[in-house]
Design a protein around this ligand. Structure first.
Ligand code: ADP
Ligand SMILES: O=C(O)C[C@@H](O)[C@H](O)C(=O)COP(=O)(O)O
Length: 348
């Protein structure tokens, strides 16, 4: 259902997709940001204090999204930095196994470490992440290590908010943004707020806003947008007010995610409600990354916005029913079949 910004519903209207990709570009999707390791509790539905073992997966929100895009058949690359150790080599190997171009991934030579995300699954609805991010390699990516020629090959670049948390990664993201804008690469900003590393709420808001002003698509949860608005008076946390601000800059689409309530997307003159699909939830994390992969895939296919939201929502429902994030990222066929089975009442 499409709703105009004045609140009227326009049934049956084609929901336009205002994103115009440069279809002459040879590759589809690149992300810049952290490459980490998820260690997901094997003994779940209990506190982590009672967990004895974990399964290792590649993690880091932008890495998960890139893996998701590759799993969806997109020509995918990554710009980042990994530790010069077994974990860094594992990450690079896994990306290559998933046909992701790793030629713009730099190996740290300073002894920095790989970020770890221990996940706690107390219940399907009570999950949390314990992050170890001291001296992580991903935040040491230098602006000089961001390759303009690499970026210009891609139709879309995703920047991940956590990469703005510390220099020199912060400056690397901004130079990547400039290269993308210069070469007509669409930029998606996944807000991806993680409390770790940021010095203050004000610092977070300042850098998130500076980045978001230059992006074509902004995706975040209501809580993540709240963090960007700490200097503003959106006390009602009104999604429409949030979205309207960004159409005064470069944004064409603003997506606000609301967990099991689904999502809402805005363009300059309309809004779209995305439903959450039924899911046998094992854990809730991974929803946002798989949603982003499905949504961006839909944009790249030129689909209407509500179809992109459905595809992202179904991808999320699949991933939260599985143990991992990256490894669980579904194919086009899996998502299509899932939507079909939900529509037929086979999945409820
Ligand atoms: N419990 C759930 N059941 C079904 N879909 C869900 C559930 N939680 C999240 N989703 C889907 O995943 C999307 C993103 O989830 P959300 O939790 O809002 O983002 P994040 O994982 O980034 O915090 C939601 O908009 C919804 O479509
Ligand atoms: O982003 C991280 O560093 C941790 C992720 O790898 C982890 O899988 C996760 O938390 C993803 O959660 P989401 O943001 O809800 O998709």
């Amino acid at each position: 259902m499409m709703q105009t910004m004045n609140g009227s519903c326009r049934k049956g209207d084609k929901t336009m997709n205002p994103i115009l990709f440069d279809r002459t570009k040879a590759k589809d999707f690149a992300a810049i940001g952290r490459l980490c390791i998820d260690l997901n509790a094997n003994e779940f539905n209990r506190p982590m204090e009672e967990t004895r073992s974990f399964t290792k997966y590649v993690g880091g929100s932008p890495a998960n999204i890139a893996i998701g895009m590759s799993r969806l058949g997109q020509k995918t690359g990554f710009i980042g930095k990994v530790a010069n150790d077994q974990m860094g080599r594992y990450i690079q190997g896994y990306l290559e196994e998933n046909q992701i171009d790793t030629s713009s991934i730099v190996v740290d030579q300073t002894g920095a470490m790989t970020g770890l995300a221990f996940t706690e699954i107390k219940s399907p609805t009570d999950c949390s992440i314990l992050m170890y991010r001291d001296n992580v390699a991903d935040l040491l990516l230098q602006p000089s290590e961001v390759n303009e020629e690499y970026i210009k090959q891609f139709k879309v670049l995703l920047i991940s908010g956590t990469a703005l948390a510390k220099s020199p990664s912060r400056e690397a993201v901004f130079i990547a943004l400039e290269y993308a804008r210069k070469h007509n690469v669409i930029v998606v900003f996944d807000i991806d707020y993680r409390p770790y590393t940021w010095a203050s709420p004000e610092e977070t808001a300042i850098y998130y806003n500076l980045a978001a002003e230059k992006c074509d698509v902004i995706i975040g949860t209501r809580e993540e947008f709240d963090r960007m608005e700490c200097f503003e008076q959106n006390l009602e946390r009104d999604d429409r007010i949030t979205a309207q601000k960004w159409f005064g800059y470069h944004a064409k689409i603003v997506v606000i995610k609301h967990g099991k309530e689904g999502s809402i997307a805005y363009t300059r003159d309309a809004s779209y409600k995305g439903k959450a699909y039924p899911s046998k939830v094992l854990k809730t994390f991974g929803a946002g990354d798989s949603y982003a992969a499905g949504f961006i895939y839909g944009l790249l296919q030129g689909w209407e916005i509500d179809r992109c939201m459905s595809f992202g929502g179904a991808a999320a429902s699949i991933v939260i029913s599985r143990h991992s994030c990256s490894e669980a990222m579904p194919t086009v066929q899996e998502i299509t079949d899932y939507i079909d089975q939900c529509e037929k009442g086979i999945i409820v």
